[in-house]
Design a protein around this ligand. Structure first.
Ligand code: NAP
Length: 431
C-alpha cells in the first residue's frame, strides 16, 4: 500500500488525488487535508460567484472524494495541528497543493492606506472566505481603480459594476450583495502598465463587459495598435483585442463606466488617512515589451483601489522556497525526497483550472517513479491517532455534504447556496 497526503483541496489537490487513483488503483490511500472545514479551495473562494458553470467542475472532484481510497480531511491546519515533518513520517509522499492565496504587494507609496485592498482580500470578501468576510471595502465614492490587466481585474470590475438583479443565480454572499447594492461607485478605471496587445485577459471574460445592465466599457481608440498588427497575435489574444476594438468603436452610454486606461502605471496613492486618488504615470514599451515611465503624471480620484497584480504561495518553514517568484523551489514538482508541490504552489499563479489536471498527473507519475510498493508507513490510521491525541476535530467529506445541504437550504431565492462564513458555523452545520 502507498500512502499519499495532499495538502490543499483545490483543483490541483483533487487532480493529484484523481491521478494517484488512476495510476495506483486500489494500492493507494490518499488523504486530502484542508485547513478549512469545506473543500475545493479556489473553486469555492476564487472563481467568481456569477461564473457558476466553472464551479460545476467540483462535481468531478466529488466523484474522487467519494471513492474508498481518497478521503477529505477538513479542519486540519498543517503547521498548527500537524507538521510537514510529521506528515513525511506518516506518508510515502506529501504533496503541497496549497495554491497562491497571498496578494503580491503593490509596493508604491500609499499602498497601505485604508481603501487599498488586494484581489485575494476583495475576491475572498465577495466569495465568503472566513478570513476576508469582514473587509468592508470602501464603496462610498464614485471612483474605483483596479490595477492589473488580467482576468482577476475583469472579475473585480464586473462584480463592482453589476446590479442586484444580475447576481440572480450566483452564490455571492449576502454581506457582499448588500454592500454592493448600496455602492456609490460609478467610474471604474482599470490601469494597465502596458498596452492592449499585452493584456492577460481571455476573450469570454472580456466580452462579458459588453453585456452588463447598467455598465459599459470604454477604450480610447488612440491606445490601440493599427488594425493589421493583430494578425500576429495568437487566436485567443486576437479575439480579446477584438473586444477592445469593439468597445473603442462603439461606446455605449450607461450609468457606470468601466474605463480601460492603458500605458498607465500607478506610482503613488494619496489621501487624507484613506485613499482619495491614485497618481498614475504614462508609460512606453521598449523592444522587449517592458514598460517604462515617461515622467508624465496625472491623478485619478477614487475611494477604492483593488490591486489585481498576482499572488504568491506562503512559505512553510523548512521547505525550500523561491522568494522572487513566490512559490516553492522544486525540480518540476520534486522539492525534497518524499515532498512535492503541484498547481500554483509549483508553477506560480498562472493558467486556468484545467491546467492543474496535467500538472496533477505529472506529479502522480513522479511519485510512482520515486516510491516503492510498500514502505510500511502508518498513513491514515497514524494521522487519525495523532490528531485525536491533539483533540483536532476532523471534518470528513460526508460532514461537508451536510454543510453543503444546509447552505443550499438557506439560499436566497434563485441562488444555488448561501455559504457559511464562520468556521464555527460550518462545524455546527455538520451536526
Ligand atoms: P495575471 O493574469 O498574471 O495578471 C496580472 C496583471 O497584473 C498583469 O496585467 C500584469 O501586468 C499586472 N501587474 C503585475 N505587477 C504589476 C505592477 N507592479 N503594477 C501594475 N501592474 C502589474 O494574474 P491574475 O489576473 O491574478 O490571474 C491569475 C490567473 O488566474 C491567470 O492565469 C488568470 O487567467 C486566471 N483566472 C482565470 C479566470 C477565468 O478564466 N475566468 C478568472 C480569474 C483568474 P504585466 O503583464 O505588465 O506584468
Amino acid at each position: 500500500m502507498r500512502h499519499v497526503a495532499v495538502i490543499g483541496s483545490g483543483p490541483a489537490g483533487y487532480y493529484t488525488a484523481e491521478a494517484c487513483q488512476k495510476i495506483f488503483g486500489e494500492e493507494v490511500r490518499v488523504d486530502i487535508l484542508d485547513r478549512l472545514p469545506v473543500p475545493y479551495g479556489l473553486i469555492r473562494f476564487g472563481v467568481a460567484p456569477d461564473h457558476q458553470s466553472i464551479k460545476a467542475v467540483s462535481r468531478r472532484y466529488e466523484a474522487v472524494a467519494l471513492s474508498d481510497n481518497v478521503r477529505f480531511v477538513g479542519n486540519v491546519c498543517v503547521g498548527r495541528d500537524v507538521t510537514i515533518g510529521e506528515l513525511q513520517d506518516l506518508y510515502d509522499a506529501v504533496v503541497l497543493a496549497t495554491g497562491a492565496p497571498k496578494d503580491r504587494p503593490l509596493e508604491i507609496p500609499g499602498g497601505n492606506l485604508p481603501g487599498v485592498v488586494g484581489s485575494a482580500e476583495f475576491v475572498g470578501w465577495y466569495n465568503g472566505h472566513p478570513e476576508f468576510a469582514g473587509l468592508e471595502p470602501r464603496l462610498n465614492g464614485p471612483g474605483a481603480v483596479i490595477v492589473g490587466n488580467g482576468n482577476v481585474a475583469l472579475d473585480v470590475a464586473r462584480i463592482l459594476a453589476k446590479t442586484q438583479q444580475e447576481f440572480a443565480g450566483s452564490d455571492i454572499v449576502a454581506h457582499a450583495l448588500e454592500q454592493l447594492n448600496r455602492s456609490a461607485i460609478r467610474h471604474i478605471t482599470i490601469l494597465g502598465r502596458r498596452g492592449p496587445h499585452e493584456i492577460a485577459m481571455t476573450p469570454k471574460e472580456l466580452g462579458e463587459l459588453g453585456h452588463l445592465e447598467r455598465a459599459a466599457p470604454r477604450v480610447d481608440p488612440v491606445d490601440l495598435p493599427e488594425d493589421g498588427a493583430d494578425a500576429l497575435l495568437e487566436p485567443g489574444m486576437r479575439k480579446s483585442v477584438g473586444h477592445l476594438r469593439d468597445f473603442a468603436a462603439n461606446p455605449v452610454a450607461k450609468p457606470v463606466i468601466i474605463e480601460f486606461d492603458f500605458f498607465a502605471m500607478p506610482v503613488a496613492i494619496e489621501g487624507d488617512g484613506k485613499v482619495d486618488r491614485v497618481i498614475v504615470e504614462r508609460t512606453v514599451l521598449d523592444d522587449q515589451l517592458r514598460s517604462h515611465g515617461t515622467g508624465e503624471r496625472y491623478s485619478v480620484d477614487c475611494s477604492l483601489v483593488v490591486s489585481c497584480i498576482g499572488y504568491s504561495t506562503p512559505p512553510i518553514e523548512g521547505v525550500p522556497y523561491e522568494h522572487g517568484r513566490g512559490r516553492f523551489a522544486s525540480d518540476e514538482g520534486r522539492i525534497l525526497p518524499g515532498l512535492y508541490c503541484v498547481g500554483w504552489a509549483r508553477r506560480g499563479p498562472t493558467g486556468t483550472i484545467g491546467t492543474n489536471r496535467p500538472d496533477g498527473y505529472m506529479i502522480a507519475e513522479k511519485i510512482a517513479e520515486d516510491i516503492g510498493a510498500d514502505s510500511g508507513k502508518a498513513g491514515r490510521p497514524g494521522l487519525d491517532a495523532l490528531l485525536a491525541e491533539r483533540g483536532v476535530e476532523i471534518v470528513t467529506f460526508r460532514d461537508w455534504q451536510k454543510i453543503e445541504q444546509a447552505e443550499v437550504l438557506r439560499a436566497r431565492e434563485g441562488a444555488p447556496r448561501e455559504k457559511f462564513i464562520a468556521i464555527e458555523e460550518m462545524i455546527r452545520a455538520k451536526g
